[in-house]
Design a protein around this ligand. Structure first.
Ligand code: UN1
Length: 501
């Protein structure tokens, strides 16, 4: 078997600029597409990594490698596959500080969040490492004597994995780890703005002993993603990204009868009810709205406050927001870094300005770009809270930035109704100790993830994750729920040919 060398140790650029390569059939290769520059959104002149995007010939080679590797990987005992994931988890933990710093430099989230995300990816790998030791199917009693019915789970085949920029290592881990653990092989296209952490995850898996061709990494543009979804050599597709792109991929896969799982947008609401602990709610809403600069599909982007506590709560929330430091995410006192690119910053700023110009919107805090030299040059925006009187673009549209749209509700019942007033249904948070309100929230809210007295974001590796309505399509991710997508079942009616021995 070919020894695979680490992409970055072999090909480290000068200074701190890394070289991005693609992993195809166990070899790190330079791409055949356009030039790629990975820069730091806090300091756009600073290059973090560079390379050449993967092109069409790389895509075809990667799919062929995954196809070749599939039968042997599928036949590898699940506990043996799991041990490789365990070893990769240890490697991630060992490099958490270093790779977390790189994550923060290329994506813009704070250093604590960057390091935390690498450790989170390790936890996910560990969960799916152990999954190799758990049951691989079910046995049912048959209504006929001398027969048992077994439901056997098998891998699906070659899976295309498409991942977004905002969790450059955790989301890839929660797609790739179950795919591999259940015996599939993978062709992975991460967002090309965060290629370095993709290389790190692939390096960890290679160093842990993953055989060649089982995971193939292509840093490439959106057109390459579309090609990988349609490719004749692919059996299934898992995607996290925008609802618009997700729906297009669902349509494509529909015509091919190809299984697809999509995790898409969100416009998640927090509801602060009349009896809420306002201090607790303020801290959680702040974290939900502005951690990772609001760039999570689970971020709190809408807030509903019951009239009885609205004035007090909004005053407290605005006061707390003003204490947040926004700046270089590598600096320990900073609470919030930049958006991922200056283009993303400009889009979010334009959406705020358009709504303020056209609609009755009150900006409670933030809303204007920074004027100091450092933050004007980088992709920074202040944490922004706007109060709306009624419907608005800011209430409906996912902005993927640090913007929280607030509405008041007459009473707790109307507050819960407003939570449901969205095309999306990923997560929600309800702040209350009122048992009847909790029960109503659990029964009525149209979301895949519900938090009572905690922020809308966050997802543990061992439980299902995903949304309803236009937030998600196909089986849920994470935990044992991931089996529904990454395996297919055969129901075996097992009867001996004779009765008795
Ligand atoms: C989290 O809330 O910690 O793209 C994870 C996203 C989601 C992951 C959220 N798929 O933001």
């Amino acid at each position: 078997m070919t020894r695979i060398v680490s992409a970055s140790s072999e090909s480290e650029g000068t200074g701190s600029v890394r070289t991005i390569r693609h992993l195809v059939a166990g070899q790190w290769r330079t791409g055949s597409g356009a030039a790629l520059v990975d820069s730091n959104p806090a300091r756009p002149d600073e290059v973090v990594a560079e390379g050449v995007l993967a092109g069409n010939e790389d895509i075809d080679a990667a799919v062929a490698a995954a196809r070749d590797a599939f039968p042997r990987w599928a036949a590898t005992p699940a506990p043996v596959r799991g041990r490789i994931l365990d070893r990769a988890a240890d490697i991630l933990d060992r490099h958490a500080e270093e790779w977390g710093t790189e994550l923060s430099r290329e994506e813009g989230k704070t250093l604590a969040e960057g390091v935390g995300e690498v450790r989170r990816a390790a936890e996910i790998l560990r969960f799916y490492g152990s999954e190799g030791l758990r049951s691989i199917g079910e046995i049912y009693a048959s209504p006929r004597p001398g027969e048992r019915i077994q439901v056997i789970r098998k891998p699906v085949g070659v899976v295309t994995v498409i991942t977004p920029f905002n969790f450059p290592i955790a989301i890839p881990a929660w797609k790739i780890a179950p795919a591999l653990s259940y015996g599939n092989t993978v062709v992975w296209k991460p967002a090309s703005v965060v290629p370095l952490l993709a290389v790190r995850l692939a390096e960890a898996l290679v160093e842990a002993g993953l055989p060649e061709g089982v995971l193939n990494l292509l840093v490439a543009d959106g057109a390459a993603g579309a090609r990988l979804v349609e490719h004749a050599g692919v059996d299934a597709v898992t995607f996290t990204g925008s609802t618009d792109v997700g729906k297009r991929l669902i349509a494509t896969c529909g015509t091919l009868a190809r299984p697809i799982q999509t995790e898409m947008g969100g416009k998640n609401a927090a509801a602060v009810l009349a009896d809420a602990d306002l201090e607790l709610a303020a801290g959680e809403v702040l974290a939900g709205a502005f951690r990772s600069t609001g760039q999570k599909c689970t971020a709190t982007s809408r807030l509903v406050v019951t009239d009885a506590v609205a004035d007090d709560f909004l005053e407290l929330l605005v006061e707390r927001t003003k204490t947040w430091h926004v700046g270089d995410p590598l600096s320990p006192e900073v609470h919030m870094g930049p958006l991922v690119t200056n283009a993303a910053r400009d889009q979010v700023q334009a959406a705020i300005e358009q709504s303020v110009a056209r609609e009755p919107v009150r900006v409670l805090v933030g809303g204007r770009p920074y004027q100091d030299e450092f933050r004007r040059a980088g992709a920074f925006l202040p944490p922004t809270i706007v109060e709306l009187d009624g419907d608005s673009e800011l209430w409906r549209k996912e902005l993927f930035g640090p913007v929280l749209a607030v509405r008041r509700a007459r009473d707790d019942q109307e507050a819960l109704e407003l939570v449901n007033d969205s095309q999306y249904g990923l997560s929600a948070a309800v702040f209350t100790d009122n048992l009847r309100a909790v029960d109503a929230a659990v029964e009525r809210l149209e979301v895949g993830v519900l938090h009572i007295n905690s922020e809308t974001a966050g997802a543990d590796p061992h439980v299902p994750f995903g949304g309803t309505k236009h937030s998600g399509f196909g089986p849920k991710e994470q935990g044992r729920a991931a089996r529904e997508f990454f395996t297919t079942t055969t129901t075996v009616y097992l009867r001996g040919s004779q009765t008795g021995l």
